[in-house]
Ligand binder design. Structure first.
Ligand SMILES: NC(=O)c1ccc[n+]([C@@H]2O[C@H](COP(=O)([O-])OP(=O)(O)OC[C@H]3O[C@@H](n4cnc5c(N)ncnc54)[C@H](OP(=O)(O)O)[C@@H]3O)[C@@H](O)[C@H]2O)c1
Length: 289
């Protein structure tokens, strides 16, 4: 199998490369400097030169807040860039595996979202990602995998941010009225590799980390794992707050839990387990002691 991975320097891109490192697959990994997906002719030329069996798109504009004032760039990357990849995939006879988000939903349901539930994004990021899903469907063979609340040892994510803040502050106020599912990007990478090998039907699938929680609950679990790994980890006071007490440029869905049943039934891929990922991850990130 020959894979072309875009966005290879992002947290998912790097987790994917880690998991593909020892495989027999041929992998062409391109960061933004190697392939800017907003450059239509560049995408076309690169894909035709590589001729992959599968393009895995890990490139995205991921700043939910910044997207509100930088709509054009968010759209260029998350919607138009995906269209370029889908059209190039068709020319090269490749399948497109594209990653989307729980933020395509408005968060008003109180049961896990199914793939068939109506998307209704509340912000520019979610809207641009929904447009990207529609663009991905232009590929004759496509898989759109929605995921949520990614964290890993790489890049910018909630886990790394609050570990840093724990060293800087005595008290941390964390939102407790948004419920979703943390997902270890390494688990997602494994699921994507399994999907590439399994070649299920084209369509939309949900993959997330297992048990839902709030950001506050996630923070509690992260600090518990950090304390288990390091005797010197600081223990700041965690205070649960409402979203309305945490000023942000854009509203987030109050509930964005994804139902992963379809992926398990149709492709044999079970959900991840974010709790199980925490201690090994903290061991990688923290000095032990
Ligand atoms: N992070 C989350 O919590 C979360 C939640 C749900 C879904 N997702 C989805 O999961 C996927 C992976 O997210 P992630 O957390 O790994 O994101 P990430 O760490 O922000 O990585 C995205 C990568 O895309 C690159 N990129 C940006 N614009 C590009 C362009 N025009 N051409 C090529 N590459 C470009 C970025 O490069 P630069 O570093 O140079 O900008 C970055 O390396 C995305 O589709 C995202 O929407 C993420």
């Amino acid at each position: 199998m020959k894979l072309l991975v875009t966005g290879a320097n992002g947290q998912l891109g790097r987790c994917l490369l880690d998991r593909l490192a020892d495989s027999d697959d041929r992998v062409v990994a391109l960061g933004r400097d190697g392939l800017d997906i907003t450059d239509r002719s560049g995408v076309n030329a690169r894909v035709m030169a590589v001729r992959p069996n599968i393009i895995v798109n890990a490139a995205a504009y991921t700043s939910v807040d910044r997207a509100e004032t930088d709509r054009e760039t968010a759209w260029a990357v998350n919607a138009e860039g995906v269209e370029h990849l889908a059209r190039a995939a068709n020319r090269a006879g490749a399948a497109l595996v594209h990653v989307s988000t729980d933020y395509v939903f408005d968060g008003t349901l109180r049961r896990p979202y199914l793939e068939s539930d109506m998307a209704n994004p509340v912000g520019v990021y979610g809207a641009s990602k929904l447009a990207g899903e529609q663009a991905a469907r232009l590929a004759d063979r496509h898989l759109v995998v929605r995921t949520a609340w990614l964290f890993s040892e790489y890049g910018h994510n909630f886990l790394r941010t609050i570990i840093r803040l724990a060293h800087e502050r005595d008290t941390l106020s964390i939102v407790d009225d948004q419920v979703g599912t943390p997902t270890y990007a390494g688990d997602l990478a494994e699921a994507l590799v399994a999907l590439c090998r399994g070649r299920p039907e084209s369509g939309v699938y949900h993959f997330s980390g297992g048990e839902p929680c709030s950001w506050f609950g996630f923070a509690q679990a992260i600090f518990a794992a950090c304390s288990q790994v390091s005797d010197t980890f600081p223990s700041p006071r965690l205070v649960p707050i409402a979203s309305s007490d945490f000023p942000a440029p854009v509203q987030r869905p109050a509930y964005s839990v994804l139902d992963g049943g379809k992926l398990r039934r149709e492709a044999g891929v079970p959900p991840g387990n974010w709790r199980r990922a925490l201690v090994p991850l903290c061991r990688k990130i923290l000095p032990t002691g």
